[in-house]
Ligand binder design. Structure first.
Ligand SMILES: [Zn+2]
Length: 130
């Protein structure tokens, strides 16, 4: 059974307990790595400057502590295999639903289950909708 590595665990530990439960359950079935949990002001400004985020501090759900957002990618990581990101996202969304948590996926910001109308694709991104 796949498990999260040390760096992934440290990042996940900065996240809301609901996100921790979801990702802990996901990795038992679908190997993945956590690339980002909480983002400091400096890290958020860097993400904004490099185009990884469209918002500045403190407007990302990564900026709260614990973080209301997590970035997770399926392993082995292949940034060109977009189909696998969508496959993985479906698995994450269904796991969250089963745990009674509403998530928003960075490949479907408006949550209409359509991905063609999504303007800014942030495929590793999942955030809690409160
Ligand atoms: Zn993110």
């Amino acid at each position: 059974m796949p498990t999260l590595g040390k760096a992934s665990m440290e990042r996940l530990n900065t996240c809301d307990p609901r996100l921790q439960n979801i990702i802990t359950s996901v990795v038992e079935h679908f190997d993945c790595t956590v690339t980002c949990g909480h983002r400091t002001e400096e890290e958020q400004e860097e993400a904004f400057r490099t185009g990884k985020s469209t918002v500045q501090f403190p407007n990302s759900k990564h900026n709260s502590l614990p973080s209301k957002a997590v970035d997770v990618v399926p392993c082995p990581v292949d940034w060109n295999d977009l189909k696998r990101f969508y496959y993985f996202a479906g698995f994450v969304m269904a796991t969250a639903e089963a745990q009674g948590v509403k998530l928003r996926f960075g490949g479907d910001w408006n949550g209409d289950t359509q991905v063609k109308d999504n303007n800014f694709n942030d495929l590793p991104h999942f955030e809690i909708v409160d």
